[in-house]
Design a protein around this ligand. Structure first.
Ligand SMILES: Nc1nc2c(ncn2[C@@H]2O[C@H](COP(=O)(O)OP(=O)(O)OP(=O)(O)O)[C@@H](O)[C@H]2O)c(=O)[nH]1
Ligand SMILES: [Mg+2]
Length: 194
């Protein structure tokens, strides 16, 4: 459920970008931040290491339009993808209204994608989220890499019923907006049905 503030007349949805280390989660958020008009976005906050790996999360709040007089805000987070940050990932997923899973299309990352995809589903289930009924969007990123696997091969390993799929080159902004638009629409639709 999104957070509703009756005093401020605001509805806030929580969107989390998951996926293995270096798949392009932070790049998605950073590109999105530069593509959005200034009046829509707030400052992007990154808590990263010296090597620019996400240490805890990146955070980018945006505010778009209204629903029945309430301002709609999307609080977007990324998780750290490195395998040993599992506790942080679990914490950040708490209360998520939607998730984007950013997969790395490169051939040598397939096992990391599969492990991360399974852990993400486990974490969602631990919060009693019914995965097939949840706004979950899958992004096959790094489609520009020479070592990118064909979509069919990725789909054979990373796919779920009721999931929307986008191809992306996050560094060039390709697919970034399409991905976020889809998951935001699904979060809002689900809230209105509830
Ligand atoms: N070629 C290519 N490189 C990409 C693409 N997206 C991201 N990268 C590069 O991949 C590296 C990792 O990107 P990040 O966005 O920091 O990855 P991350 O998923 O946030 O990584 P962690 O925070 O460590 O989990 C950077 O060097 C990016 O420039 C892409 O579509 N194509
Ligand atoms: Mg990151």
């Amino acid at each position: 459920m999104p957070h509703i503030s009756y005093d401020n007349k605001e509805i806030a949805f929580k969107l989390v970008y998951c996926g293995p280390g270096l798949s392009g989660k932070t790049t998605n958020l950073a590109r999105l931040h530069t593509m959005l008009a200034e009046h829509v976005r707030s400052k992007m906050i990154s808590l990263d290491t010296a090597e620019e790996r996400t240490l805890f999360f990146d955070f980018c709040p945006i505010e778009i339009g209204t629903i029945e007089g309430y301002r709609v805000r999307f609080n977007m987070y990324t998780v750290p993808g490195q395998i040993y940050y599992e506790a942080s990932r679990r914490l950040i997923l708490d209360g998520a209204d939607g998730v984007v899973f950013v997969a790395d299309s490169q051939r040598d990352r397939i096992d990391d994608n599969i492990i991360s995809f399974e852990l993400m589903q486990e974490n969602l289930r631990s919060y009693h989220i019914d995965v097939p009924d949840f706004p979950l969007v899958l992004q096959y990123n790094k489609r520009d890499c020479a070592e990118a696997l064909p979509i069919g091969t990725l789909e054979a390993h990373l796919h779920l019923a009721n999931i929307d799929v986008f191809e992306a080159v996050a560094t060039e902004g390709v697919g970034v907006m399409e991905t976020v638009r889809c998951v935001c629409r699904r979060m809002v639709n689900r809230f209105q049905i509830d």
